[in-house]
Design a protein around this ligand. Structure first.
Ligand code: PEP
Ligand code: MG
Length: 558
């Protein structure tokens, strides 16, 4: 009987094969040199590592993975970072071998980042370790991982972004790591490369031997050790079914997202950079329902200039000139601080200076983004969306800034808001005349509506977007929009959720926006529904007392 190890699935898909355990380089030198010799060896290792990272970045860029290339470029900068250099030199001068000094200096930097208790910065700590490991390997030129010859599943303690980017993708069928989180760059890369991956598996590297047969389910987040014949067959069937499902769904690519009785919705994509557009188009997205621009701002060490922003926005608009592209203004704050925005420590950052509150308080940031957006608007159908709106005054102030930017650079755009604060949902009727559209951000609407921190595992069981109270806020949102002839969309994770879709159709949403990989299944789901039945379901769901009851009535009927 196979042993199952549970982690977090971060990139869906099935994979089986022998484990290939990535070894770590030794920290002890064969012979300890003088501090001067250790310094020279370290300085050379830094140059080699930075050059390797630049090379990986170039390779990724030539394959069209621009944001992943950006990660490697950032790591190359990290390798040459003066703070790191000084910290290592200091330790070497105190008599430590270079590899030790690198390891310890990196550990200090990592600890400082992790102490900030922020998932984004904690994931950056993984980058620091990645860079340190690379430098340590460069200090041991005779150390090399054994060559990978056959198809395998890569197992590592914490597979680093640069290792992920440089592995042989013809041989690696999946990743499994002891550490890691869904927001780590390894997870981001695995998804971008479409390789099944599970992270957070605890002590997997201790429990598995090189060459041992393992099976990985990137959706369920499990790794099965020594799967027997029947389990391997089940995996093979799962993989075949998945491939067949992909083919079947692909055939719907150019079909409308329309219920059986002819009610049409728009299925749009959530993207974080222009690099995500090809996947969105391939999935059949009819436009972009949410471009999270903070990723553009987070991928570097300073605010992007207006020109860089125009380029990024124009790239998306040009790729979809006939479809609406909703670009959200910077939603900094909460769980998304920017490395170069000196964050004042807030007791409750999710209730603090986040989204439109930040950009209205720092109007230069907003002005430059609005100018860039309006300048790019000539390439397509732009819609500008403001996050975290809770008051009419915020819309009025934002509109004044839009008008001022328009007076400077021209351009045109629809103007909308995210409905993600319950107050906005409850006064949707009063807000609607002042905007062109609403898009419900259900990730936050559920967080604020249920008072459940969306990134706190301890209260995760209470995070139920299908709670009748949240459905009621959504019903208010749609009614407010439609009563004033505005359209209403959804751009939270709920928009692509199999169970939620019949409810959202029944509540009357006009557009559902989701991560591109979920679009084909959402379309199939909609094409099997009937509007009248969905409406009836939604009305019944609004009268339920619990999320569990809502889930039950959806399951019973669809
Ligand atoms: C949301 O809150 O639902 C949303 C789409 O925005 P984000 O996840 O970026 O906060
Ligand atoms: Mg949000």
């Amino acid at each position: 009987m196979a042993e199952i190890v549970r982690g977090v699935g971060v990139s869906p898909g099935f994979a089986t094969g022998p484990a290939y355990i990535l070894p770590t380089a030794p920290l002890e030198p064969k012979t300890l040199g003088s501090p001067q010799e250790e310094r020279t060896a370290y300085d050379a290792a830094v140059v080699i590592s930075a050059a390797q990272l630049e090379e990986i970045a170039l390779q990724l860029r030539s394959e069209g993975h621009d944001s992943e290339a950006g990660i490697m470029e950032a790591q190359s900068l990290m390798a040459r970072d003066p703070t790191m250099l000084d910290a290592v030199h200091e330790r070497i001068d105190a008599g430590q071998p270079a590899a030790h000094a690198v390891q310890e200096a990196a550990a200090d930097i990592k600890a400082a980042l992790e102490a900030l208790e922020d998932p984004y910065l904690a994931a950056r700590a993984a980058d620091v370790q990645d860079v340190a490991d690379r430098i340590i390997r460069a200090l041991h030129p005779d150390f090399d991982a054994p060559p990978m010859r056959d198809p395998c599943i890569l197992v590592a303690h914490d597979l680093t972004p640069s290792q992920t980017a440089s592995i042989d993708r013809t041989l690696v069928r999946g990743f499994a790591t002891d550490a890691g989180s869904p927001t780590s760059h390894t997870a981001i890369l695995a998804r971008a490369l479409d390789i099944p991956a599970v992270v957070g598996l605890g002590d997997l590297t201790e429990r598995v031997q090189n060459g041992q047969e393992i099976a990985l389910d990137g959706e369920a987040g499990t790794v099965s050790l020594n799967p027997d014949g029947s389990e391997r067959e089940a995996f093979a069937r799962g993989a075949a079914a998945q491939a067949e499902q992909k083919r079947r769904l692909h055939r719907l690519r150019d079909e409308p997202a329309q219920t059986r009785d002819g009610h049409r919705l728009t299925l749009a994509a959530n993207i974080g950079s222009p690099d995500d557009v090809p996947a969105a188009l391939e999935a059949g997205a009819e436009g972009v329902g949410l471009f999270r621009t903070e990723f553009l701002f987070a991928g570097q060490d300073q605010m992007p200039g207006e020109e860089d922003q125009v380029e990024a926005y124009a790239a998306v608009l040009k790729a979809m000139p006939d479809e609406t592209v909703v670009i959200r203004t910077l939603d900094v704050g909460g769980d998304k601080p920017l490395p170069y925005v000196p964050a004042t420590r807030e007791e409750n950052p999710f209730l603090g200076l986040r989204g439109i509150r930040y950009t209205l308080a720092n109007s230069e940031v907003m002005r430059s983004q609005l100018r860039a957006l309006l300048r790019a608007s000539k390439y397509g159908k732009l819609a500008i969306m403001f996050p975290m709106v809770s008051e009419l005054e915020q819309i009025e102030q934002a509109r004044t800034l839009v008008a001022e930017a328009q007076a400077e650079v021209g351009g045109e755009a629809e103007i909308g808001i995210m409905v993600e604060v319950p107050a906005a949902a409850l006064i949707a009727h009063q807000l609607a005349p002042h905007v062109d559209f609403f898009s419900a951000g259900t990730n936050d609407l559920a967080q604020y509506g249920l008072a459940v921190d969306r990134v706190n595992e301890r209260v995760a069981a209470l995070y139920r977007p299908l709670h009748p109270a949240i459905l009621s806020l959504l019903a208010h949102t749609v009614a407010g929009a439609h009563d004033h002839g505005r359209w209403a969309g959804i751009c939270g994770e709920m928009g692509g959720d199999h169970l939620a879709i019949p409810l959202l159709v029944g509540l009357g949403f006009d557009e559902l926006s989701m991560t591109p990989s979920r679009i084909p299944a959402a379309k199939e789901r909609i094409r099997n529904l009937e509007l009248a039945a969905c409406r009836d379901l939604a009305q019944r769901a609004l009268r339920c007392a619990t999320a569990a009851e809502v889930e039950q009535i959806v399951r019973n009927r669809f």
